[in-house]
Design a protein around this ligand. Sequence first.
Ligand SMILES: [Fe+2]
Ligand SMILES: [Fe+2]
Length: 269
Amino acid sequence: MMRCLTLYSEGSHRWLLFGQDTDASPTVIDTNHLAVCADNAAMLLDPGGMEVFPAVLGAMVHQIDVAAVQHVFLSHQDPDVGSALPLWRQVVAPGATIHAPALWTRYIAHFDAEAVLTPIADEGGEVALSPSVKVRLLPAHYLHSSAAFCVYDPRARILFSGDIGASLLPAGAARDIWVQDFAGHIQYMSGFHRRYLGSTEARDAWIDSVMHLPIDILVPQHGLAFRGPDVMRFLDWLSSLPIASGLEAYRRTPGLPPGASRPVPASKR
Ligand SMILES: [Fe+2]
Ligand SMILES: [Fe+2]
């Protein structure tokens, strides 16, 4: 059974979070899926993989008119983000605009070659759900994917951050939707961020770009969401985290000389 939580509701403007499917296979990473609604339109954010399609759709039909799904957003190219795209497109929303990073359109086509994708330029963009509700697509490149985007709703003050902020909780752990104890939550985020995020420069640029946005809720694609002061606690924590830990493998790999030498550029010889 997939849980559903209303993150924001003001008239027809709503943010709904679907996740923590208790029937999900333990072999697949747990994912969050969002629906943003305004007037007669709905936008799905990271609708998810093939494996969870029945559970997400089953939960969603109780909450929204799925015929109103006019937009589908894929934060990046990963299968947990959108490998169910052909099912959403064919079964639920044949006329929806599918927003996907321009860099990845020909890769996403391996899930669904028939889909007409609307490429998101590196600079991001905006999607209007109604005359008064517009969401912004903000760059999150290299975090972790080479082309990735977040979705920010200035009216609801919600940031959907994709894989940034993800946490992996132990199977069967009693959990809320929200982070309740930030210090205690760090253990579930650390490994993911250290290894999946590869660029300190990109991390710093992203933090600078979102730091001054009013954000009441930050919700990642995996694990628990942050609200209130925990949003800034998370950005603070992330800003000083050592990342790109995969580089350590070069030192551990047998046969590679320690500090393996690179060709010295002619200018430095
Ligand atoms: Fe990912
Ligand atoms: Fe993910």
